[in-house]
Design a protein around this ligand. Structure first.
Ligand SMILES: [Zn+2]
Ligand SMILES: [Zn+2]
Length: 263
């Protein structure tokens, strides 16, 4: 199993996960060219990609989906609500490449078992994903208004978790470029996970066996990698975890591939 983010943040998200017989992209929120170039830079084989899984229809998750699906000739998986929200923006896609999935109903792609789960976010039926390959598992949980029980149950026990750490609430509240409505959307129960809430979730995950935490989907204006890292590090340390020994902690870069986790 190989796992990394290629892009992560409010400017665009692309995640790569490979099993033994094929790989998937989770979201494709940069242009097709940027996505394929990033895979080449990271040494990842585009021919290994057998599907694109979408979390929700916001543009930072779907910008390049149509182009990459056509270029690689691979199907796109999304909930019916997400299809309603994005179908018109993807361009021509044959019906066989439009696959509807349902939260809580698992399916297989090659040797990967995929479990989509509902997330609290202001989109049509958005989901996160957990993947199982043999005894290993990985979860992608970003765009979370809060760390709901559904999300907690779905991702607990994953060895690797990509967890949202979107904003510092004080930076967000004092940001003069953000209108009040946008601030309350981000801070709301269907918005994005703050560093503090992410850090609390990180502690719960570490206590349930997660070995690798990758913080992602950082806001470009209302967060920095240093603040996100420090907040999670502080909470994990206070809970008694030794970073680098009990659990590894990294921040996914906005425009660069993250560390490539291999099992
Ligand atoms: Zn979103
Ligand atoms: Zn997003």
């Amino acid at each position: 199993m190989q796992f990394c983010t290629l892009f992560s943040g409010s400017s665009g998200n692309v995640v790569y996960l490979a099993g033994e017989h094929g790989a998937v992209l989770i979201d494709c929120g940069m242009s097709g060219k940027q996505t394929l170039d990033a895979m080449a830079r990271a040494g990842l084989d585009t021919a290994s990609v057998h599907a694109i899984l979408i979390t929700h229809e916001h543009s930072d998750h779907i910008k390049g989906v149509g182009v990459v699906s056509r270029k690689l000739g691979v199907p796109v998986y999304a909930t019916e609500g997400t299809w309603d929200g994005m179908a018109a923006t993807l361009g021509d896609l044959p019906m066989r490449d439009r696959v509807a999935i349902h939260p809580g109903e698992s399916f297989f792609l090659d040797d990967l078992e995929v479990v989509p789960f509902s997330i609290p976010h202001d989109a049509n039926d958005p989901v996160g994903y957990r993947f199982f390959l043999g005894r290993h598992s990985v979860a992608v949980a970003t765009d979370l208004g809060y760390f709901s029980q559904t999300v907690c149950d779905a991702v607990s026990g994953s060895e690797i978790v990509l967890l949202e750490s979107n904003h510092d609430p004080e930076l967000l509240k004092s940001n003069p470029h953000y209108p009040a409505r946008l601030k309350s959307r981000i801070l709301g129960k269907k918005g994005h996970l703050s560093n503090e809430d992410s850090a609390d979730a990180a502690v719960r995950l570490a206590q349930c066996g997660t070995k690798h935490l990758l913080l992602g989907h950082l806001s470009s204006e209302n967060n920095t990698p240093e603040i996100a890292y420090r907040t999670a590090h502080g909470a994990l340390s206070s809970a008694g975890a030794i970073i680098g020994q009990d659990v590894s902690l990294h921040v996914a870069a906005r425009y660069q591939a993250s560390f490539l986790y291999r099992y």
